[in-house]
Structures are given as C-alpha cells and as structure tokens.
Design a protein around this ligand. Structure first.
Ligand code: GTP
Ligand code: MG
Length: 530
C-alpha cells in the first residue's frame, strides 16, 4: 500500500530511468579523476609513483569488496573494472553498479591518501567521473583494454618528453609546440638524443599501467603434528605491469576472461584489435532537456555501518550533521544544484531545469555527485566524530530521475518528507519500546497497524514524549538551498568605508516543504510559473 498520495513520483517515473545491462556481457566501469591534478599540485618527483600506487591500492581493495570483478586495468588517474559475464550484481542495474563502485573507490582514495602522501595534504576534495560499458565478446573487451594500454603508452611518453623539456628550460607552451604531431619513434629519439633516456627502461608501471586480477596461490595454513605443512589454495589479488595487448598475458591467465576466438587476435597487429572496438557499447543516458534532474543517493548497507560506528538510535545528530555538511559541500561545488533534501542515509539533489551540467549525461552527473559526496564524508568524518575511528568505507548508490513540472518536483520532495515522518515516528516508538525492555519483535507487533495519532498517543502516554517537540531535523529532515545574505566586505584601500555586498549563501533548514508557506517565502527556488 502506498504510504502517501505522492508515491506516484516513484512508481510512474523511476522505471524510465532504470537501465539494465544485457545479460551475459562483460560490464566495465571506468573511473576517471575529475580535474584533480591541477588543483592538488603534484610537483614532487615521487608524486606520480605515489599517485599510481594509491590508485593500485584502491583497485586491490575493490577486488576484496566486489567479488564479481574479474580484472581491472589502470594508469594515471583512471581505472577500468571488468565484471564477469555472468555477474548478477545489483541485477545488472547500470546506475546502481556505476554509482556504488565510484563511491566506494572515492572513499578508499581519500582514506588511503595519507599512506602514500604523508607530506602532501589533500588540498581539495577529490572526485571521479564514471561511465558504464558492456561488451558481448571477449575480443571486444580485449580491444577496449588494448586501447586503454595504448593510450597509457602515448600519454606517458608524451608527458615524459614534456617534463624533460620543461626541466631543461623550455616553457610549457614551447614544449607542447615541439611535441605537436610527434609520433612514438620521434619521441623516443628526442628522449634519447637530448636527455640520454631510453624510454623502454623507464618503470613498467608508467609505461604499461597496472593490471589487477585474482589468482590462486598455495599457502601453508598449519603444520601437522609430524611437522608436515598443510597447504591450501587461497585466492590472492595481484598487480602486474605487463603487456596486455599481445597474447601472452591472457594465455598465462586463461581463467580471467573467456578465450573464444583467441585466434582472431594476432599479437603485433593492433589495428586488428581495434576493429573490435566498434562493438563496444557505452551506456549513454542523456537526460531530458528542460526537466528537473533529481539525483538521489542512498547509503549502502548503512544499517551495518551505523551499528559498527555505534550511532545513536534512531537518530544520531552527529551522523546527520555529517550528511548535511557533505550536502552543503555539494551545493557549494556544483552551482547547478539548487536544492537538496536529506533524511537518514539518503540525499536528493535537484539540478535546475535549464542546467547543462555535463551536457546532461546521467552517468557523469550521478557519478560526480556520489563520488564527491563520498569523498567529503570520509574527509569530514573526524570533524564530526573526533574520537571515533572510521572502521569501514562508507559508500552510496545513486540514480538520476527527470521530473517535467514544478508541481511534480514538489510532489517528489513531499514524498521524501512524508517518508521521513513515517519512518521517524515509527523508529522513535520502536526504540523507546525496546529501551523500555520490550524485545524487538514485541515492539514490532505493538506497532503493527498503528496510525500517526496512535503512535503520538503511545509516545505521550507511555514515555511522556510530545512527538512534535522532538528536534525538527529528525522529524522534517534537512532542506538545503541558497539564499541571499548580506555580507559586509572591507574595502581594500584603507580609510574607505566598508561596503555591503549581497552574496548567495548555502543554508540548512528543517522545515515543512509540503505546504505552501516555505515556497511562498522562497519564490526564487522553484519559480511559481511553469
Ligand atoms: P541499502 O540502502 O539497501 O544498502 O540498506 P541500508 O542498510 O542502508 O538501509 P536503508 O537505506 O533502507 O535504511 C537506512 C538505515 O541506516 C536505517 O535503517 C538505519 O539502520 C541506518 N541509519 C540511518 N541514519 C541513522 C541514524 O541516525 N542512527 C542510526 N542508529 N541508524 C541510522
Ligand atoms: Mg541505505
């Protein structure tokens, strides 16, 4: 039964935005850092090494978390994760898989940063953009991976030349001009003749990128009484920096991806390999123009996450404060987000109808929001829980849905706020009953079939609690938006009077958004006329 008259926004709209990936195809999620290097200033000589090692450490951790990942390839600040053909992960729902992976990766990246960059603090919130592809054939997938390794080679060779030229005194623009249109052979010669560098002796990790996969290794689990070792096969995740364009790597690891038509691919004829690229299918979900885009993210396994971190039940003010701080950071970073509404482990971000952010590509938008949010969550954790260690990686899934009219957008927000009320009132009663000595199943049966008024009565009569006096953040959720705020700015030249300047400020309110009054007070948020 529907909880409210607003639930049509879910049942009638969400199915249109759910892409399921074809069965029996390799799913590939490619994750790319978004304009990160420029902001972080990687300038120390060892930074590229540390950066790649950090990316590799995150990739290995992804294998431990997601059992269906069979292979991964990465270089620079990108990584592609390949799922088994038979994977049923999240019923092959594209957005769920994409968002969960990029979110988990982002959390790992931030939390592992210090291990690799003890001298270089994170200066900004790193985030990644991700895309989903699927491949019907092993050959197509191999073609894709070969193309990535070819790009790795070209980019690394170009960058090596560029920085050698810059180090030798050229300006960056001069160096770029010198390298324009050069090919592999020419760059090799430049490196050798001008700088005495044999490109092929540079570290494999940079030239070949990193391939990650599982394999079985023999490990001694214990010794028998007579001293003989008991050996078992155990799975281990390996990182190698080898050629994956030719045949040998795949021949050595036949179990990684299928081997149908291996003969079709001849090593050394890369043009043959790339022909298969034509079959690559990228999920391109361009969102409808002139509609509100809502990106809703939801904590993954937050039931366990909350227990593990001993959050107060049913509401933990600090945990909710952390969610809100991350959402504020999203509004500050992504100016096309006009409103956000959050409750429990979820947040909805509303992009303006006229937004052209990422040319309205759903995967890009969802991945960037969920990634930025996850990175922020890890970065801000200590601020909210200075005495609690972050014991597992938080991750969020995300989806983007378009709503065509202002009324439907308001109904969407009303749907989430009604849900907030229903869940919070139920949870408040449930945990009061449990705290008073009832078992969880007794509490459930007491609450079965009760309506709002019954629950208010129960809280008041049994526990002396007036539900309507509980914190508004618990009862109403959190609504975030920009508002004009006057700021007094000191004039640069001394002796002048300070000037008043109107600035847009991001603010949080815990108010009713179902009725009219909030919208009448803030007409700039959702224009009244259609
Ligand atoms: P998936 O989203 O399907 O991965 O499951 P989930 O475990 O995240 O559950 P769901 O999203 O349905 O519900 C969110 C869960 O997060 C709640 O059921 C709570 O267990 C937990 N949670 C969220 N906020 C709080 C909080 O403030 N305090 C506590 N104790 N738990 C919270
Ligand atoms: Mg959840």
């Amino acid at each position: 039964m529907a909880n409210s008259k607003y639930e049509y926004v879910k049942t009638e709209f969400e199915p249109y935005f759910e892409t399921k990936l074809l069965p029996s195809t390799y799913i590939v999620i490619r994750i790319d850092a978004h304009h990160f290097s420029q902001q972080q200033h990687f300038d120390k000589p060892n930074d590229p090494q540390a950066l790649m090692s950090l990316m590799n450490a995150c990739a290995v951790a992804m294998f431990h978390e997601f059992k269906d990942i069979v292979f991964a390839y990465g270089f620079g600040v990108e990584y592609s994760f390949v799922f088994t053909k038979s994977s049923q992960f999240y019923q092959r729902r594209a957005s769920k898989i994409l968002s969960t992976l990029v979110s988990f990766f982002s959390s790992l990246y931030v939390s592992k940063w210090d291990q690799f960059f003890s001298q270089n603090d994170l200066r900004c919130t790193p985030f990644f953009v991700a895309q989903v592809m699927y491949f019907s054939w092993t050959e197509t997938l191999r073609g894709y991976l070969a193309k990535r390794q070819d790009d790795c080679h070209n980019i690394n060779q170009y960058n090596t030349c560029l920085w050698e030229l810059v180090k030798s005194g050229k300006t960056e623009t001069d160096a770029q001009d010198m390298l324009k249109g050069t090919r592999t052979q020419c760059r090799n010669e430049l490196l050798f003749k001008q700088f005495g560098i044999n490109y092929n002796t540079l570290p494999m990790m940079f030239r070949k990128g990193s391939s990650v996969f599982r394999d079985k290794v023999e490990v001694v689990v214990k010794n028998r009484e007579n001293g003989d070792p008991v050996v078992r096969l155990r799975e281990k995740v390996f990182v190698e920096h080898c050629d994956i364009i030719g045949e040998s790597f795949w021949r050595e690891h036949p179990s990684l991806i299928g081997s149908e038509d291996l003969n079709k691919l001849r090593s050394g004829h890369s043009s043959n390999v790339y022909e298969y690229m034509k079959d690559e299918t990228q999920v391109k979900n361009k969102l409808l123009p002139y509609t509100w885009i809502v990106v809703r993210i939801d904590g993954r396994h937050f039931h366990q996450f909350s227990d593990m971190h001993d959050f107060d039940k049913p509401n933990d003010s600090k945990a909710l404060g952390l969610m809100n701080a991350c959402a504020v950071a999203v509004l500050e970073k992504f100016t096309d987000v006009v409103i956000a509404y959050g409750v429990s482990d979820e947040y909805s971000f509303v992009f303006s109808k006229t937004s052209h952010f990422q040319q309205r590509h759903g995967s890009n938008i969802v991945s960037m929001i969920v990634s930025f949010f996850s990175s922020s969550y890890v970065l801000k954790w200590d601020e909210f829980f200075p005495h609690k260690e972050l014991r597992s990686m938080p991750s969020f899934d995300g989806r983007a849905i378009c709503y065509p009219s202002n009324k439907i957008l308001r109904d969407y927000l009303a749907w989430r706020q009604v849900d907030c009320h229903i869940n919070n009132q139920y949870n408040t009663c449930f945990w009061m009953l449990v705290k008073s000595g009832k078992t969880k199943s007794e509490a459930q049966s007491i609450l079965k079939g009760t309506q709002t008024l019954d629950k208010n009565d129960l809280l008041y009569k049994q526990f002396g609690i007036d539900y309507n006096t509980l914190p508004a953040m618990f009862r109403k959720g959190s609504f975030i938006f920009r508002d004009k705020a006057e700021e007094i700015v000191q004039h640069r030249e001394s002796g002048c009077d300070p000037i008043n300047k109107m600035q847009m400020k991001v603010i949080i309110e815990h108010c009713d958004i179902i009725g009219e009054s909030f919208w009448k007070e803030n007409p700039h948020l959702i224009a009244c006329e259609e």
